[in-house]
Design a protein around this ligand. Structure first.
Ligand code: GDP
Ligand code: MG
Length: 294
């Protein structure tokens, strides 16, 4: 059995922390600054015969930049193709605009939704009732779980509730696959995101990024990445004249990787044409490196 859950909620409510608490390993990037989770992050964990797959989203906000637009589309898109949605909120008895928009989206999609009221370590118990009441008025949630991602209380209950939406079938991922390389995955995401940012629409959607080397050496992380595209014309566009575009993409990606990893990064990239990579790289697609719907 497996259940895919989209973690949604405004930035900074603790989605990444919660995913990490459920998965028990550091997968998502957690930071006091909002918007650190830049794109879909998949985290996986198993309890008994149930596999839990989490799609952590970058929050729900009004797009102001092209990147923001992309991030917004990611968090919206992650709603329909999942078995359950977990709306994560602050323990305040006031449903804000971002929450309203997400709830509207949930209603529209008809997906089962569980409400996680996070950070209960910061409020008095008596106050929770008002929070629960405020949200109950907005939507008929399948379950409401007050919890603290930080100290772990209530986290198992959330897993139990989400487990109810598991679908019979084979495991979606091998047990040991996902959680092993969060930083690697993050860096692939960053590189792909820079392509979305700098290239015209048509090209990046046919691309995938595979990190072929990720090694810490003397305080520097050496990263080598293959960028797959489907046509030689695309390869030319990605590289640009005299390699200018690829340099720009690489430089911007490297800077962000350094920020996220907190270490110096050397990044080398290769652009490869692989007409059939979509068929052969289903694992990339599974990890969300590639939008299968575009
Ligand atoms: P995201 O943007 O929704 O992914 O939020 P993060 O997981 O990055 O968390 C944002 C901030 O909230 C971080 O500083 C976390 O340490 C903090 N945080 C997350 N969960 C809790 C919690 O249960 N209690 C408290 N007190 N802080 C939390
Ligand atoms: Mg996050």
């Amino acid at each position: 059995k497996a259940v895919i859950t989209a973690m949604v909620g405004r930035p900074n409510v603790g989605k990444s922390t919660l995913v990490n608490a459920m998965v028990g390993e550091k997968i998502s990037i957690v930071s006091p600054k909002p918007q650190t989770t830049r794109s879909r992050i998949t985290a996986i964990t198993s309890r008994g015969d149930t596999q839990f797959v989490f799609v952590d989203t970058p929050g729900f906000h009004r797009a102001r930049t092209k990147l923001g637009e992309y991030m917004d589309s990611v968090s919206i898109q992650s709603v329909p193709d999942v078995d359950a949605v977990c709306l994560v909120v602050e323990p305040v008895a006031n449903v804000g605009d971002p929450e309203r928009r997400l709830i509207a989206r949930i209603k529209e999609s008809g997906v089962a939704a569980v409400l996680a009221i996070n950070k209960i370590d910061t409020v008095q118990k008596e106050k929770l009732l008002a929070v629960i009441a405020a949200y109950a008025k907005e939507h008929d949630f399948e379950a409401v779980v007050p919890l603290s991602a930080k100290n772990g209380s209530g986290v198992d209950i959330l897993l139990e509730e989400l487990g109810k939406f598991a679908v019979e079938g084979p495991q979606l991922y091998p047990d040991d696959m996902v959680t092993d390389q969060p930083e690697r995955m993050m860096c692939a995401e960053i590189l792909r995101e820079k392509m979305l940012l700098f290239l015209s629409d048509e090209v990046p959607h046919g691309t995938a990024v595979e990190i072929i080397r990720f090694a810490d050496e003397d305080g520097i992380t050496n990263i080598e990445a293959d960028i797959y595209c489907e046509r030689s014309g695309h390869k030319g566009i990605i590289i640009g004249s005299h390699g200018e575009m690829l340099r720009k993409i690489g430089e911007s990606a490297r800077q962000e990787m350094e920020q996220v990893l907190g270490r110096k990064v050397y990044l080398k990239t290769w652009v490869k044409v692989r007409e059939n990579w979509r068929n052969s790289a289903s694992n990339l697609r599974n990890l969300g490196y590639y939008d299968s719907d575009s």
